[in-house]
Design a protein around this ligand. Structure first.
Ligand code: GDD
Ligand code: MN
Length: 375
């Protein structure tokens, strides 16, 4: 396969020449693939470009893509990927840093997992056998490891351990070429999280292999303080976009709950009693939530025709009756078995609501407002 190693640089004169020399030796050892190296330079103020130009005269696999300025790591990769696919025929793209924190010897291990059928291979610092520099200050270790745990939990991707590793190999066909990079949430380091999440959503078979993430050889890190907040923003935005319907459903649920709660407690004190009060309040809340969910929470799958609306509302009512009936049973059960007091009755009311929420969201999103299978 045609593999292009994309290496972004900004002021890497101390590293890039030696790295290209080392790559020339390493890449020779890997059989069955054609390698090119694309350096994407963010208008370095040192000798980086001159060095890469010299090396590209020496090694035909070396190419230089010049950016007009330093626009961030994510930006550099997007341009690099595009160039590599269009001009170098890339079928596999490797992301790699210029400062020797990634060992060129590990490239063959990344590639052999691609050969084994994986679509994306991550050189991972947080799987058994992987490591981050022990010289790192506690706060940096904490941010790096803690950040990955946080991302894992918030995005619900429990089988991935290293979301921000800068050393990865990914197949172009069906994966990189399916991603709309103009929609990227970050131009900086956090694009890594964004990209990996999209690959996962595209169904990529992802494999992590352990790497020892070394210390930077020469020069300084370009990671800025703002990177932390940027990553946090990307993770939360991805979560929000992923479950937008759910958050709106929750908000609609709260509006419904308010109506329900108020009407319930008003009628409960009349001769109607707690049991029937909850049935009446539940039904009124149901009409309100159906309309709000249709026009807002699930607006991307909105039911328009009146006939379907009525049909779906009947279905919606039947399904929504299940938790209401259950709740009403739970309330009268608690009132009889425990005591008929405000605390007990409303306690049962809220437990019923919680179970109802889970039931309802599942039924609404999978049955009533079912997503068409094409996107
Ligand atoms: N063109 C371009 N533009 N290159 C850049 C830019 C930019 O804005 N910012 C950084 N680079 C280049 C650097 O010259 C280096 O080759 C590579 O991108 C990584 O930058 P470093 O400054 O070495 O980053 P780091 O070591 O702090 O971060 C590494 O580890 C992180 C996880 O701890 C990277 O691999 C990150 O991707 C990774 O998230
Ligand atoms: Mn680095």
């Amino acid at each position: 396969m045609k593999v292009v190693i994309v290496i972004p640089t900004y002021n890497e004169e101390g590293n890039i020449g030696r790295l290209l020399d080392l790559l020339a030796l390493e890449l020779l050892k890997i059989n069955g693939h054609e390698f090119n190296v694309l350096v994407v330079d963010g208008n370095s103020t040192d000798q980086t470009r001159e060095i890469v130009n010299e090396k590209s005269a020496q090694y035909s696999f070396t190419h230089l893509l010049k950016e007009e300025g330093k626009e961030g790591l994510g930006s550099a990769y997007v341009k690099g990927f595009d160039y590599a696919i269009k001009n170098l025929g890339a079928e596999v793209l490797i992301e790699m840093d210029a400062d020797f924190q990634h060992d060129p010897k590990d490239i063959s291990r990344l590639i052999s997992e691609i050969d084994n059928g994986f679509d994306c291979v991550i050189g991972s610092r947080f799987v058994k056998g992987g490591s981050i520099p022990k010289e790192w200050a506690f706060y940096r270790k904490f941010l790096s490891f803690g950040g990955s745990i946080f991302t894992k939990i918030v995005l619900g991707l429990y089988d991935i351990h290293d979301f921000t590793s800068g050393f990865r190999a990914t197949k172009v066909k069906g994966f990189i070429d399916k991603i709309d990079f103009s929609q990227a949430l970050s131009k900086g380091f956090a694009y890594k999280i964004n990209l990996l999440f999209k690959l996962h959503k595209l169904g990529a078979k992802i494999k992590e292999i352990p790497i020892n993430f070394g210390l930077r050889d020469r020069g300084n890190s370009k990671m800025e303080e703002s990177n932390f907040l940027d990553s946090l923003k990307v993770v939360l935005l991805l979560r929000y976009k992923e479950s937008q319907s759910f958050f709106k459903f929750l908000a609609v649920g709260f509006a419904g709950l308010g109506t329900d709660f108020l009407i319930f407690n008003l009628i409960r004190l009349t001769p109607v009693g707690s049991k029937y009060a909850s049935i009446i309040s539940g039904f009124i809340a149901m009409v309100v939530t159906f309309l709000l969910n249709n026009s807002w929470s699930f607006s991307d799958r909105k039911i328009v025709s009146l006939a379907t609306k009525l049909k779906k509302f009947v279905l919606f009512s039947i399904f929504s009756c299940v938790p209401i009936t259950f709740r009403s049973w739970l309330i009268s059960f608690s009132a009889h078995k425990i005591s008929d007091t405000f605390l007990v009755v409303n306690g049962a009311f809220f437990v019923g609501i919680l179970i109802g929420l889970i039931w309802n969201f599942t039924v609404y999103s999978r049955i009533i407002w079912k997503k068409e299978k094409n996107g």
